[in-house]
Design a protein around this ligand. Structure first.
Ligand code: SAH
Length: 248
């Protein structure tokens, strides 16, 4: 079981697989006023940067589940590197339907809400692992400005404009689920650049090392088209943020 190989290739050098920077994760950790010993569950934990740095900086413990074998391996290595391997564990597997036995003080899905079939389903899934009074974290894109045409939405790699909401509508949708939005930290275009542009050098280096690979043609095409596509569409139209929710 694994995610499509193209993601493991393009994001092999990423520590954070979304438009957040290390500073943004630090800001979010501080904003949540995490107490030492808080259990954090992270579905789609990627290379584990959020859990590992919060374990180091705030003394949290927790579990991450991710379907990428490579990212999960990198997460375990990162935990060793930061000296928090005794506090956090990383499980390689499908997080769809994952409910933890031990309830968490924070249950997160940061940039992978397809795991629960969208924001609504993911909030419901995370709620099943949450202790009373706990915080749900959702990392999700939103439209900074509505795409004027469906072609523009597709240029942002969305299937259609309806894939995402404007920020105020995303917040309203969380309210309508019966949750207070108690915090939010938003990415910016510098963060988007770190996420997207970092893929380009990784792809270039990978192509040089793997010219005969069956994915070489796809990676070559992506490396050629991605900078202009990204600058034209994603960078202008898509925002991204992490939203902290507490049940009303
Ligand atoms: N939260 C991480 C990763 C976000 S990228 C971070 O902020 O860095 C999305 C992640 O979801 C990837 O790591 C991918 O491997 C993982 N993923 C995709 N489908 C999944 C599934 N069904 N179950 C668990 N993880 C999944």
């Amino acid at each position: 079981m694994d995610i499509p190989r193209i993601f493991n290739i393009a994001e092999s050098a990423h520590r954070i697989h979304n438009p957040f920077t290390p500073e943004k994760f630090a800001t979010l950790g501080a904003a949540l006023r995490l107490e030492p010993g808080t259990r954090v569950l992270d579905l789609g934990s990627g290379s584990g940067e959020m859990l590992c740095t919060w374990a180091r900086d705030h003394g949290v413990t927790g579990t991450g589940v991710d379907m990428s074998r490579l990212f999960t391996e990198q997460a375990k290595q990162r935990a060793e590197e930061l000296g928090v391997a005794g506090q956090v564990e990383f499980i390689h597997g499908d997080a769809a339907g994952f409910v933890s036995e031990e309830k968490a003080g924070v249950a997160a899905c940061v940039g992978a809400t397809w795991i629960g079939g969208g924001v609504v389903g993911t909030v419901a899934l995370l709620a099943r692992s949450l202790r009373a009074g706990g915080i749900i974290l959702i990392g999700e894109p939103y439209w900074r400005q509505l795409p004027p045409t469906e072609d523009v939405a597709r240029g942002c790699l969305a299937n259609s404009t309806s894939d995402f909401l404007l920020l105020q509508d995303l917040l309203a949708s969380m309210d309508s689920l019966g949750y207070d939005v108690v915090e939010m930290v938003l990415a910016n275009q510098d963060g988007w650049d770190r996420y997207e542009a970092a893929k380009w050098l990784t792809m270039r280096r990978w192509l040089e090392a793997n010219p005969g690979d069956e994915l070489a043609g796809e990676v070559r095409a992506k490396l050629t088209s991605e900078p202009v596509r990204y600058a034209t569409y994603t960078r202008e139209y898509l925002g991204w943020g992490v939203f902290a929710l507490m049940r009303r």
